[in-house]
Design a protein around this ligand. Structure first.
Ligand code: ACO
Length: 452
């Protein structure tokens, strides 16, 4: 991090005072204004709901240029990695900062392979869930519960403990996701097999059964691996920021990753891939055509969003969506089948990219727009889309968590607020208080009945 010569002046017109703020230059991307001492010096906070203009940390892992549609992992363009690398190689890169040598790669793959099995007690956790539980709900619970199994390595301040925890989480995530899937289906859990690589093992644990031989389709495995790579990290997105915030209190990494999975689940974030398929199915099964649907989205009163479109950072085509669109088209070509979903998606994309509403707001397809169609073509049910995103994102969460703990400027995350509530109220005994309105009473009754 270089201190830039650039300085900024903040002028308080009321007090007729000036404050000097330093600029800091990154290796690329927008410079930042260092406001770390602002409150001490001025008594003022900055206000930035949703952090649209706030750099919450200093990171060397991932860079996004949202205007140009560029995404780099440790300096390498995402397209090159997605088309040439493997998920575990990319994981090593994100975690350690450089691509591994041949021997380091082998050692890393072996380490991960040797941690893929779960403690047998974990299977009882699954059995506590309803069969119709969403796999994300099970993953949140089970990943958090892993903290109860590894007391030997929970000293966050010990680098060796941190490393073994990262290996364990990375290795066990596909096992947990596949178990959630199998539990949902009512099929027996399939143990990981160490003869397989990371992604083959995941497909084996999802689709094999004890009664039949299961042959892994190498094309499917290659695509799944590419999906993991494309989701591996995305700088300070909501779930990664959640992991950093949870970890900033020195909580254990299992708890932090469980928090990240929770944040990812929302349909504004990782849940969007599931929402895209639901949206396309709705168009397919109703009288709407893509053009009508786009009109419905543009009529803001409906509060319908075009799922898989728009991004806080990308104001151009998401480079991950480009890779996935190409892979989706290639897969259907290879399988020699026509996909109604792909046709609808492409039509929506074409209409939206030509439409002034989307052009003015710079709304383009994001990573979720094509990933659902691709996953569905691989035989993955909709409820597993976000768990697959979570598997891919795990290495990003872990790398960012490790980077944070090792950062010299590391501090517990503690944002401040603009308070706009009431002040100086006097306590009244319950008999002196006003009656609750009828609406509040109805709400209480409904809540009470729902909880019966
Ligand atoms: N469809 C229609 N309008 C949209 C969409 C959309 N998908 N996305 C944004 N807009 C509009 C908003 O209505 C708003 O319009 P206004 O200026 O007239 O009020 C404007 O574009 C800006 O939208 P914000 O919500 O303020 O943008 P923000 O950066 O906060 O949101 C988000 C980004 C949440 C991704 C949003 O674009 C969205 O909801 N997209 C659909 C969900 C989705 O695909 N999420 C996945 C994101 S990628 C990921 O997490 C992996």
């Amino acid at each position: 991090m270089n201190k830039d010569k650039k300085r900024f002046t903040l002028i308080d017109n009321e007090l007729k005072k000036e404050y000097q703020l330093d600029g800091i230059k990154g290796s690329t991307g927008p410079d930042v204004i260092n406001i770390a001492g602002l409150y001490k010096e001025t008594g003022l906070f900055t206000y930035d709901p949703g952090f649209t203009s706030t750099a919450a940390c200093n990171s060397k892992i991932t860079f996004i240029d949202g205007e140009k549609g560029i995404l780099l992992y440790r300096g390498y363009p995402i397209e090159e990695l997605a088309n040439n690398s493997s998920y575990l190689e990319v994981s090593y890169l994100l975690m350690h900062g450089e691509l591994p040598s041949e021997s380091d790669k082998k050692e890393f793959e072996n380490t991960i392979r040797n941690h893929s099995l779960l403690n047998e007690q974990i299977s009882y956790f699954f059995r506590g869930f309803r069969r119709d539980a969403h796999p994300m709900a099970m993953m949140i619970g089970v990943v958090g519960a892993l903290s109860a199994f590894y007391h030997d390595s929970l000293n966050i301040e010990d680098p060796e403990h941190r490393m073994i925890s990262t290996h364990r989480i990375l290795a066990k995530m596909p096992t947990i996701a596949a178990m959630a899937f199998k539990y949902h289906l009512g099929q027996p859990f399939m143990y990981p097999l160490n003869k397989y690589d990371y992604t083959d093992n995941f497909l084996h644990m999802c689709f094999a059964t004890p009664t039949e031989d299961y042959e892994i389709n190498q094309l499917y495995s290659k695509i799944m691996d590419q999906i993991f790579i494309l989701h591996a990290d995305h700088e300070q997105n909501a779930s990664t920021s959640t992991v950093r915030t949870a970890g900033s209190s020195l909580a254990n990494p299992y708890a932090c990753i469980s928090a990240g999975i929770s944040s990812l689940w929302g349909k504004s974030h990782g849940g969007a891939n599931e929402a895209v398929i639901n949206m396309i199915d709705e168009i397919n099964n109703s009288n709407l055509n893509p053009k009508n649907f786009i009109d419905e989205v543009k009529n803001k009163k409906n509060k319908i969003r075009l799922m898989g479109f728009g991004h806080r950072v990308y104001k151009s085509y998401d480079p991950r969506a480009k890779v996935l669109k190409k892979s989706t088209e290639e897969l259907f070509k290879e399988l020699k089948i026509k996909s109604k979903e792909l046709e609808i998606a492409k039509e929506i994309e074409e209409l939206a990219l030509e439409d002034d509403y989307f052009k003015e707001k710079s709304l383009y397809p994001n990573v979720d727009f094509y990933s659902g169609i691709l996953l569905k073509a691989l035989g993955i049910p909709t409820t597993m889309f976000t768990p697959i995103f979570a598997i891919g994102r795990t290495i990003g969460w872990l790398s960012q968590w490790k980077e944070m703990i090792e950062d010299k400027e590391f501090k517990i995350t503690r944002p401040r607020q603009l308070y706009s509530g009431e002040i100086n109220k006097n306590y009244k005994k319950v008999v002196e208080r006003e009656k609750k309105s009828i609406f509040n009473l109805l709400w209480l009754k409904k809540t009470f009945l729902n909880n019966q």
